[in-house]
Design a protein around this ligand. Structure first.
Ligand code: CDP
Length: 221
């Protein structure tokens, strides 16, 4: 029997659109590496804030970015980014990071710093014998893996998303992050051409995953 192919699944969408929940289930179901690129941007933001580097200070920012040493460790099926050997803690979900992350993520040098690291997750997945990877973010299907086997874009009504985020606890201005993420020049949040659009406003997480799985399963028997 021929070995099944290594597959790449890209899931993009606005804040709290269900990317993480659906990606994690797909990773379990199909034995894929789960890569949450939002957590990478959050970890870098946390680290830059910790070092007192403002997103408006290009000189300090570039010096700090050049100094960051990335690594990866697995947390179950999820890739966890290490900076200077340290994994991120819950503080990357804090209100402070929520309100700053989109400002740092809009800076081309920040995105450039993460580009090769994100693409290299394919090698991490292969080294650990996963059948593929599911990567979630804002620019996965448009910039990171435009030739991914599957490119999904998750939509949900902003009020519904705000409700979901509030239910998780914590404060998050998702509308403001969406505005910043969609209007930036570098890799804005857009529906990539040819992506499979799923509106999850009125359907359950299980139904979202079912729709995705129905397409993926024939490729990963
Ligand atoms: O969990 P939530 O959907 O609220 O956000 P996230 O996926 O953790 O992403 C946090 C922030 O990182 C986003 O608001 C973007 O500013 C940035 N991000 C990005 O610019 N590009 C990505 N591929 C992933 C996240």
């Amino acid at each position: 029997m021929p070995a099944s192919p290594f597959i790449i699944i890209a899931i993009d969408g606005g804040a709290a659109s269900g990317k993480s929940s659906s990606s994690k289930i797909l990773a379990e179901k199909f034995n894929l590496l789960h890569v949450d690129t939002g957590s990478f941007y959050r970890h870098i933001t946390y680290e830059l804030l910790r070092r007192g580097v403002a997103h408006t200070d290009a000189t300090a920012l570039n010096a700090a970015l050049a100094d960051l040493k990335f690594g990866t460790q697995l947390n179950g099926r999820s890739a966890q980014m290490l900076i200077g050997g340290q994994p991120a803690g819950q503080e990357i979900r804090s209100q402070d990071v929520n309100s700053h992350v989109s400002h740092y993520a809009a800076i081309p040098e920040v995105r450039h710093t993460l580009l090769a690291y994100q693409r290299d997750q394919v090698n991490v997945a292969k080294q650990h014998n996963f059948r593929g990877l599911v990567m979630e973010g804002r620019d996965i299907g448009s910039v990171i893996f435009p030739n991914a086997d599957f490119r999904f874009f998750l939509h949900a009504d902003p009020a519904e998303r705000a409700k979901r985020r509030a239910a998780e606890g914590g404060q998050d201005s998702i509308a403001e992050r969406d505005r910043l993420d969609s209007s930036r020049k570098a890799a804005p949040l857009v529906v990539p051409q040819g992506a499979i659009d799923i509106d999850s406003t009125f359907i359950s997480l299980d139904q979202v995953v079912e729709k995705m799985s129905a397409l993926i399963a024939p490729k990963l028997p």
